[in-house]
Ligand binder design. Sequence first.
Ligand code: KIV
Length: 272
Amino acid sequence: MSIAKKEYKRITTKTLVDMKSKGEKISMLTAYDYTMAKIVDNAGIDVILVGDSASNVMAGHETTLPITLNEMIYHASSVVRAIERCLVVVDLPFGAYQSDPKEALRSAIRIMKESGGHAVKLEGGKEIKDSVKRILNAGIPVMGHLGLTPQSIYKFGTYTVRAKEEEEAEQLKSDALMLEKIGCFAIVLEKVPAKLAEEVAKSVQIPIIGIGAGGGVDGQVLVTHDMLGMTHEFNPRFLRRYLDLYKEMTGAFENYISDVKSGDFPSDKEQY
Ligand code: KIV
């Protein structure tokens, strides 16, 4: 059982900021459905992210761009029904907030009202400042997302490490300060040099949660299906696999198929 699970009955955005001030690391994983969310929450995770990575992991799309607001609400409401303790953050999908702040607020309100999620996450810095402010003004907690922002993959052209050059690193630092100033409760920092990520984490009071951003930040997030080894074609350096579920599950399916074919399943005890 995690230290956090013993100490906190329910995780809120304030809990996360308090954890940072005490030097306690924050754990975050993705979930998109009821069954997975129940296991992850029960294990003591601090935050579940209903990520738009559902577009890849659940729907098999090449990028996160195709997933819709309705689909995100469906995934998020399944997760919310499962959890008892963790904070649930829901990604605003591509196309649900980029055109103007009013649209961003409408989308965030739909997520909060229809899924019961506790906060939303948006990708980007100064270009989405007005939208973030509008959502925050409505009382909806916002988590930022800087560095590699997969919704902009066609602008970047690759999924390689971001902000290695001075100019991009400076912009990232100023975006993080801006997001803190306008009221975001945390920021995800994806695939940036560890030294830069640590510098950003030290420059703000709100938690910086890294993925491929090294150990000098305030918490870590991984995609659950990746860390369980269910996906095996994705092998970035930052990914630690805790299981090889692809292999385990394949073995179980093969055994089942063979038992059905041979007539071994069901046995006398497995029927009425
Ligand atoms: O959608 C997602 O899973 C994410 C994480 C990779 C941070 O945004």
